[in-house]
Design a protein. Structure first.
Length: 339
């Protein structure tokens, strides 16, 4: 195994569109989380890692000494020499958690790539999404990360929002491009059951995103990003040359990976396993020496082929069809990330 995913399930509140496996907490049980994950990791076989990815949830809520401890303890376990800068180590961060000090500590701990959940540069939109940051924090966070020497930053944006928000997608793209992130992830809004957004739509307070807007905004992003030198290497992901996410590319090309933490998925090339979703159930299982794996499925050849198709490995339509029919990814649609 060359790829390790850690699910950090804690968030300070639930975003209006989010159905991820999270635990909303004002104060996160950082020591308990770190200890539990390390105990789970100790039971795994050997690996030599090429990528480590802290996803969530909100991994930037973990204190930097917790992140440093995890990376330190992983070094012998997964044969990751701390001096090996070829290992891609990504931290998903929310802009409000990025300060000059936190950015410096993450860098010192071994983080060399940050995926920043910007989502929009419009404060009204950010409030509607229940995000905890305002637009100004995104630029400040980018600045702090750059100052700390993080040279590989990805920025997430969400498009295809309901009409009544009157979101100016072109302006948001321009604001993002002005910050020159090395990587952009663009996710179309989807309505997941039992989210606040789903409830708002059910009672007529807002509308589901419309297909036409989705296609228009996706194509506009494609055009605009291409002009600025970004290459789409996956339907939702574009990078400057040399900055494709090695970790996510491994998922999309069907490589094996290890997942640690609640709701994390693992894949050994044939069988996919996933951990108990709820933080408490996962924590208890590990503490009591039981396996935290909730279930597993062995992929048939047919399933493998189907996955290869929707992940683009066998996807070879003519260019106009490819451009006009983007797959509608779930927000944060990253294999191994969600239950
Ligand atoms: S979108 Fe991200 S920050 Fe918001 S609730 Fe979901 S996991 Fe947490």
């Amino acid at each position: 195994m060359e790829h390790l995913y850690l699910h950090v399930p804690f968030c300070v509140r639930r975003c209006s569109y989010c159905d991820f496996s999270i635990a909303v907490r004002k104060r996160i049980p950082a020591n308990e989380y770190v200890g539990t994950v390390l105990k789970e990791a100790a039971g795994l076989g050997e690996a030599t890692l090429k990528t480590i990815y802290f996803g969530g949830g909100t991994p930037s809520l973990l204190p930097s000494d917790g992140i440093a401890k995890l990376l330190r303890e992983f070094s012998p376990l997964f044969r990751v020499p701390r001096s090996d800068f070829r290992v891609e180590v990504t931290l998903e961060a929310n802009p409000e958690d990025v300060t000059v000090d936190s950015a410096r500590s993450w860098k010192a701990a071994g983080i060399n790539r940050v995926s920043l959940g910007g989502q929009s540069f419009d404060d009204t939109v950010l409030k509607w999404m229940h995000r905890s940051h305002d637009a100004a924090r995104i630029g400040a966070a980018m600045h702090a990360l750059r100052g700390a020497g993080i040279e590989n930053i990805s920025l997430d944006l969400i498009f295809a929002l309901p009409d009544e928000l009157q979101r100016d997608w072109e302006r948001d793209l321009d604001m993002a491009l002005a910050l020159r992130p090395e990587h952009l992830s663009l996710y179309g809004l989807t309505v997941e059951p039992r989210t606040p957004l789903d409830r708002w739509i059910s009672r007529g307070a807002t509308h589901a995103p419309d297909e036409e807007r989705y296609a228009e905004e996706y194509l506009l992003a494609h055009e605009r990003l291409s002009v600025f030198g970004y290459q789409f290497y996956e339907v939702s992901n574009a990078a400057l040359p040399g900055f494709r996410s090695q970790h996510n590319s491994a998922y999309w090309s069907g490589k094996p990976y290890i997942g640690l933490g609640p709701a994390a998925h693992s894949f050994d090339g044939t069988t996919r396993r996933w951990n108990l979703r709820a933080w408490e159930a996962y924590r208890r299982a590990v503490a009591e020496g039981r396996s935290p794996v909730e279930s597993e499925e062995r992929l048939t050849e047919e399933q493998k082929e189907l996955e290869a198709m929707y992940l683009g490995r066998l996807y070879r339509p003519s260019p106009p069809l490819a451009a006009a029919s983007p797959r509608r990814p779930r927000l944060g649609d990253r294999a191994g990330r969600e239950a």
